[in-house]
Design a protein around this ligand. Structure first.
Ligand SMILES: [Zn+2]
Length: 459
């Protein structure tokens, strides 16, 4: 890995790489770098920041999304691809909160919001009752436009942690007006449940476009601030967006939302700060739903592609990509003789068991909804249809519920879990662009806030 102070050109020279072996995108990024005095070095040089969070992503989830893309597209995921092609500053980030080695998303995002560890469940209120100014408030005060893009409710813990101040993360109706009060320019995701008609009217009066569908988002010119809410609660899982035409028509992808937000934010003269969250990796991992997690990580990876394309033409942008914590302890395990039956030459070492996941056609959330109240026989039929698996005579009687399905699943697809909860391992942290060299190979989550301020010259 390159030294944090190595410029892209130096990195490529050191690595013996030329544009001939780079993708067109990386080569263009290299060209852009020559226009930028120092791609990764120094402080105060980042006009824009794109801060991307894969909520609940452990290293294994990243690896399995990469394997999935290899199987289905014959291509690598962009996140690990960046490590190969670009001089990314890569590190691990510790994930504790003030009261636990195992954080929740509220305390984790509050570390980014105020640079301090606080208690799980709280948004930017310190254990001693202080309410420090949040990162997006500081970015707004510096003249930058600000934005939040997520596949959760927009008032969920991670987006809220960058902006809001509230004692309980569950008070999403208390968070919803704070984005208007604090001047967040673009808010895109799910969660109409938390915005009353009066509140959305207040947003409209303040000049916000109120977007309600994928069509409206794609047609939006970006000529005003925007509040885009595309579902009552969280945005549907990617696996359901892909497999259910009605869901697909209504639901923008994370990459589409990111692209729309960048259109609006980058039109301002003084830069911007945009947070992009792939929120439902965490939710899928809480449910021990392997395809739910992998496909939402694939969707997050596509949004990384959107961000990388943007920084090619905007080299004054610091791009950070990380996770807040991992969830569920997801792993692809060996399952005996099938380990070596891989049929995908593009990805050595993948097992036949993993390939079975490609047949799954809905999230466990949807399967659970569809099978509510059904008897054991009907549940088994629905589980067969949802997974394409041919359960053995010994296993079929166990597949009478989501719990039973999950208990036998590891035998068929190799994926197992350590829990349905968050876990304590350090997470990936990647940065590229001006100020990236401020980040270290190993850091605490509460050190990131101050470094973003230094990178942007805000403090
Ligand atoms: Zn979670």
């Amino acid at each position: 890995m390159s030294s944090p102070r190595t410029s892209r050109r130096d990195f490529l020279r050191l690595a013996g790489l030329g544009s001939a072996v780079l993708g067109a995108g990386a080569a263009r990024a290299l060209g852009a770098e020559t226009r930028s005095a120092s791609a990764n070095a120094g402080q105060g040089g980042a006009k824009n920041v794109i801060f991307m969070v894969s909520d609940g992503m452990g290293l294994s989830t990243l690896g399995l999304a990469d394997a999935w893309l290899s199987f289905t597209k014959g291509a690598s995921a962009r996140w690990p691809g960046m490590y190969r092609e670009l001089p990314v500053v890569r590190g691990l980030c510790e994930t504790a909160s003030a009261n636990s080695m195992v954080t929740d998303s509220a305390a984790a995002a509050s570390c980014w919001g105020i640079g301090e560890r606080i208690t799980n469940g709280v948004i930017n209120v310190t254990p001693d009752g202080r309410r420090p100014t949040t990162l997006l408030q500081k970015m707004k005060a510096s003249g930058r436009r600000t934005g939040l893009v997520t596949t959760a409710t927009v008032t969920h813990a991670t987006p809220a942690g960058f902006v809001a101040t509230i004692k309980m993360r569950s008070d999403q109706k208390g968070i919803a007006p704070q984005y208007l009060e604090r001047g967040v320019d673009v808010v895109l995701g799910g969660g109409t449940d938390y915005f009353s008609d009066d509140l959305t009217a207040d947003y409209r009066k303040a000049g916000y476009a109120h977007l309600k569908s994928r069509q409206e988002l794609l047609g939006w010119k970006g000529d005003s601030p925007a509040l885009g809410l595309f579902s009552k609660s969280h945005v549907p899982f990617e696996v359901d967006r892909l497999n259910d035409p009605a869901v697909g028509a209504q639901t923008p992808t994370l990459a589409e939302m990111t692209d729309a937000a960048l259109r609006r934010l980058s039109a301002g003269p003084d830069g911007f700060f945009l947070m992009v969250e792939g929120a439902r990796i965490d939710h899928a991992c809480h449910g021990n739903d392997p395809v739910g997690a992998i496909l939402d990580q694939v969707a997050f990876d596509a949004a990384i592609g959107t961000a990388l394309k943007f920084i090619e033409s905007h080299p004054d942008t610091l791009l950070i990509i990380t996770a807040d914590h991992a969830t569920g302890g997801m792993q692809l395990n060996g399952v005996g003789s099938e380990d070596s039956v891989g049929k995908a030459p593009a990805y050595q070492g993948t097992t036949e068991a993993f390939r079975r996941l490609l047949q799954f056609n809905r999230s466990q959330e949807v399967l659970g909804r569809q099978t509510k109240g059904l008897d054991a026989k009907k549940f088994l039929a629905a589980a067969r249809e949802a997974t394409g698996l041919d359960f053995s005579a010994a296993d079929a009687p166990k597949v009478v519920s989501l719990k039973g399905l999950n208990e036998v699943l590891v035998k068929y697809v190799g994926v197992s879990w350590t829990s349905k909860n968050h876990t304590a391992e350090p997470v990936e942290f990647a940065a590229i662009g001006p100020g990236a060299s401020l980040f270290l190979p190993f850091q605490r989550n509460d050190e990131v806030h101050a470094k973003v301020l230094r990178a942007t010259g805000v403090a």
